[in-house]
Ligand binder design. Structure first.
Ligand code: URA
Length: 211
């Protein structure tokens, strides 16, 4: 994989507006879910800017032409359970033919260390581009553990996408995986003593699923 330590902050006004709307504590579960999906679809536009196109013969109503199209099967969205599901929905709305993987990791509440309980990804990752999705890059432990596991399968490329990040999480992820580009809609001030991003948006999983 080509080395890339880039952090891409996607600051399109629509992304920023919707992100800041979902930060509000009085946003309902229903609206939160819809906003996460919308922000993610908008972010996908930037995240997928360099995905490969291949040529296919297609018929227009007037003639045959060679058209450039995406091969969705070569793209894998890997959702970190459970909160990654919100971003996954938004990304799949733009590339419905993409493949999907899931990694189950939970944060030990005392140590904040990531513990794996599920791992299922498509075969032949070495032929595919992987986009890992998780709404919050907080301590970075979960993202690092997920990418550690994915690298065992040698995918063609890996990107990491989150809605919110913080300097601590970005630094940890960069130290562990300097080759992985990160896409985020904002970099918040810091982590608090419980491992939450502040000002943040609270517990993304709880807010998505109403738990
Ligand atoms: N996970 C969340 O859901 N929120 C945070 O602020 C940090 C980690």
């Amino acid at each position: 994989m080509a080395p890339s330590s880039a952090v891409h902050v996607i600051e399109h006004p629509l992304v920023t507006h919707k992100l800041n709307t979902l930060r509000r504590k009085d946003v309902s579960t229903n609206s939160f879910r819809r906003l996460v999906s919308e922000v993610s679809a908008l972010m996908a536009y930037e995240v997928l800017r360099d995905i490969p196109l291949h040529e296919e013969q297609i018929e227009t109503p007037l003639e045959t032409m060679t058209a450039k199209v995406i091969d969705g099967k070569k793209l894998v969205f890997v959702s970190i359970l459970r909160a990654g599901g919100g971003i996954l929905d938004g990304m799949l709305s733009l590339v419905p033919s993409a493949r999907v993987g899931h990694i189950g990791l939970y944060r030990d509440p005392k140590t904040h260390i990531a513990v794996e309980y599920y791992f299922k990804v498509p075969n032949d990752l070495h032929e595919r581009d992987v986009v890992v999705v998780d709404p919050m890059l907080a301590t970075g432990h979960t993202a690092i553990a997920a990418i550690d596991r994915l690298k065992e399968h040698q995918p063609r490329s890996i990107k990491f996408v989150c809605l919110l990040s913080c300097p601590e999480g970005l630094a940890a992820l960069h130290e562990a995986h300097p080759d992985i580009p990160v896409y985020t809609a904002a970099i918040d001030r810091q982590l608090d003593e419980h491992g939450y991003i502040v000002p943040g948006l609270g517990d993304a999983g709880d807010r998505l699923f109403g738990t």
